[in-house]
Design a protein around this ligand. Structure first.
Ligand SMILES: NC(=O)c1ccc[n+]([C@@H]2O[C@H](COP(=O)([O-])OP(=O)(O)OC[C@H]3O[C@@H](n4cnc5c(N)ncnc54)[C@H](OP(=O)(O)O)[C@@H]3O)[C@@H](O)[C@H]2O)c1
Length: 253
C-alpha cells in the first residue's frame, strides 16, 4: 500500500521504537496520529512531524472504544495501525503482584487486540490498509525471568498471524515485527537494566525501518536483527537441544 498520505496511528509514539517509527513514517509521507501518555514528548514529536496527538492510558482497556471513536471523529479514516506500546516486567514470576500481572497483560495484549477490534471496520473500509504488531523475540523463544512478558508477546504474535489468515481475502494486511534487544528506555522503565554482553542492543531506527516495511504490506513478519530467526528455527526443529542450550546460556535480559 502507499504510505504517502496514509493516516497512520502509532501507539507508544512518545518513546523508543514508537518515536523512531513515527519519524520514519513521516519521512514516507504518512499523516501521523501519535498516541501515548506523555503529552510533552508527544507534542514535541508532533511539532517535528506535523502529526496529531491523542493521549490515553492503554492499561484502561475499557477506554479503548472511546479512543477509537476519538481517532475516527478527528481523522475520519485510518489506513495504518502500529500497535507498538508495551511494558516489560523482569524478575521471578512469583514476585509479581496481581496488579503487575494485570498491567502486563492489559498493555501488551488486551489493548492492542481491543484497539485493532475497534478500528477494524475503519481499516476494512479502505482500499488498502495494514496493521503492524510489535511483538518480541521473547515471545518466540521463552525467557527465564520474563515468563508473563514472553507469554503475552507470544499471544499477540499468534493473534496477529491468525488475523492475517482470517483477513487474507480482504485489503487489510497484518504483520509482526519481532525485535531482539533494542536500545530504548524499555529496560529502565521495567526497573531492571539489560546486563548481558550479547546480543548487543540495536537502534530503535532499525526496528522502525522494519515496521515501515511491514506497514507497506505484503510481509507477515520481520525479525530485527534477521539472525534471530535461527534460534527460533532451532527451537522448532530440535526443541530438546534448544532447551538444553537455553537452560545453559539463557536467563533474563
Ligand atoms: N526495547 C527492547 O529491547 C524491545 C525488545 C522487543 C520488543 N520490544 C517492544 O517494543 C515496543 C516498544 O518498546 P520500546 O523499546 O520503544 O520501549 P519504551 O521506550 O519504554 O516505549 C514504550 C512506549 O509504550 C508506551 N506505553 C507504555 N505503557 C503505556 C500505557 N499504559 N498507555 C499508553 N502507552 C503506554 C509509552 O508511552 P508513555 O510513556 O507516553 O505512556 C512509550 O511510548 C514494546 O511493545 C516492547 O515490548 C522492545
Amino acid at each position: 500500500m502507499r504510505l504517502r498520505g496514509a493516516v497512520a496511528v502509532v501507539t507508544g509514539a512518545s518513546s523508543g521504537i514508537g518515536t523512531a517509527t513515527a519519524l520514519r513514517l513521516h519521512q514516507a509521507g504518512a499523516r501521523l496520529v501519535l498516541h501515548g501518555r506523555d503529552t510533552a514528548r508527544l507534542t514535541a514529536l508532533a511539532e517535528r512531524t506535523g502529526g496529531r496527538v491523542v493521549t490515553g492510558d492503554l492499561a484502561d482497556v475499557a477506554g479503548i472504544p472511546a479512543l477509537a471513536e476519538e481517532i475516527r471523529s478527528r481523522f475520519g479514516t485510518v489506513d495504518v495501525l502500529v500497535n507498538n506500546a508495551g511494558v516489560g516486567w523482569a524478575g521471578r514470576f512469583g514476585e509479581m503482584t496481581a496488579q503487575d500481572v494485570r498491567r502486563v497483560v492489559d498493555v501488551n495484549l488486551t489493548a492492542p487486540v481491543e484497539l485493532t477490534r475497534a478500528l477494524l471496520p475503519d481499516l476494512l473500509d479502505r482500499p488498502a490498509a495494514s496493521v503492524v504488531f510489535v511483538t518480541s523475540i521473547a515471545g518466540r523463544t521463552a525467557v527465564a525471568g520474563e515468563a508473563l512478558y514472553s507469554a503475552v508477546k507470544a499471544g499477540l504474535d499468534v493473534f496477529a498471524e491468525s488475523l492475517r489468515f482470517e483477513l487474507a481475502a480482504s485489503a487489510v494486511d497484518i504483520g509482526v515485527v519481532v525485535p531482539g534487544v533494542v536500545d530504548t528506555e524499555f529496560f529502565a522503565r521495567r526497573g531492571k537494566p539489560y546486563e548481558r554482553r550479547s546480543p548487543r542492543p540495536i537502534s530503535a531506527l532499525r526496528v522502525a525501518d522494519a515496521v515501515v516495511r511491514v506497514a507497506a504490506g505484503g510481509r507477515a513478519e520481520q525479525y530485527v536483527p534477521r539472525w534471530l530467526r535461527w534460534p527460533v528455527l532451532v527451537r522448532g526443529m530440535v526443541p530438546g537441544v534448544y532447551r538444553l542450550l537455553a537452560t545453559r546460556f539463557g536467563g533474563s535480559g
